[in-house]
Design a protein around this ligand. Structure first.
Ligand code: R5P
Length: 296
């Protein structure tokens, strides 16, 4: 007979009577997800504050060599230490980001369009197996609510969610705004809620001055904001501050970082706003100080 110690006394401590901790999960709407999903989301969102700074540099998949991203291999790696997640296309990941990177990857999975034609006319261009091969922590596509190819873009979204669900990979749904859409609370309330109802685990949307808090309240999963077109640094930091203050779980920002005069300074200022709740004016001071140091 094998001598197995199953005694309750002696040196072992079973803490009988102490209930096992079951603290749920820190991220909005994610408590009922499986372990793999939660683990991936916890790589993207800091469990200490529930926030994230995602660095978006996927623009080239429709825009070609976007200003500031002509040489991703030179521009992005220095920024990596200051962000929580990198968002890009698979072609850029394979060619321009070292596989030694420590940050989780948000994989842009849509393709089929360019800025020269109807942009809502997309397909899903990446098989889930390839997203897995590249160790994606989250997969993404966009929906054009009210756009010409609304139905197709929502079909892409559902397809991607279904693929990701098979393997425990969450999907970030992006609310792409067509040229004719009014960027208001009604529109973003509609778009973000639809994507959450389809099963997106995270939504990337835009900050709006009026009613952003209500958009967040009606969306049962975390919302991160895109930065949009390049604006002055103080305006970008202010937008970021207001979004976090009104319930955003972070940013997925590109142009306002990599098109800044000092991307390295700007990414740290954004990080301070998101994770340290730094006020915009103070963050701008930080930006200016760091920029001065880096340009010496
Ligand atoms: C657009 O092609 C992508 O979805 C970008 O990742 C997104 O727009 C965020 O970047 P930005 O802050 O430049 O708007």
């Amino acid at each position: 007979m094998v001598d197995v110690d199953v005694s309750v006394g002696g040196m072992k401590n079973y803490a009988v009577g102490v209930p096992m901790q079951d603290n749920g999960f820190f991220l909005r709407g994610s408590g009922n997800l499986d372990w793999g999903m939660k683990n991936r989301l916890a790589q993207i969102f800091d469990p200490n504050d529930g926030k994230t700074v995602m660095l978006a540099f996927d623009h080239g998949y429709i825009m070609g060599p976007t200003t500031g991203l002509e040489r991703i291999d030179l521009v992005i790696p220095p920024l990596e230490p200051y962000v929580d997640c990198l968002m890009c296309s698979r072609g850029i990941l394979r060619t321009s980001i070292m596989p030694t990177v420590k940050k989780p990857i948000a994989m842009r999975c849509s393709s089929g369009a360019s800025i020269l034609k109807e942009m809502s006319n997309e397909i899903i261009g990446i098989e889930i197996e390839d997203a897995i091969r590249m160790n994606s922590a989250i997969i993404t596509t966009q929906a054009y609510i009210g756009g010409e190819c609304e139905k197709e873009s929502l079909a892409n979204m559902s397809y991607l969610i279904n693929q990701g669900n098979r393997y425990g990979i969450p999907t970030m749904g992006i609310t792409a705004v067509g040229k004719d859409m009014v960027r208001d609370a009604r529109y973003f309330g509609l778009a973000t809620r639809i994507l959450a109802e389809l099963g997106c685990h995270v939504i990337k949307s835009y900050f709006i001055e009026d009613g952003f808090d209500e958009v967040v309240a009606a969306c049962p999963v975390p919302i991160v904001i895109a930065g949009g077109k390049k604006i002055p640094e103080l305006d970008a930091l202010t937008m970021c501050y207001k979004a976090i203050d009104q319930g955003a779980a972070g940013v997925d920002m590109g142009r306002n970082i990599f098109m800044s005069d000092s991307p390295l300074a700007m990414v740290q200022a954004i990080q301070a706003v998101v994770h340290k709740n730094m006020k915009p004016e103070q963050a701008l001071e930080m930006y200016n100080d760091l920029k001065a140091q880096y340009t010496k």
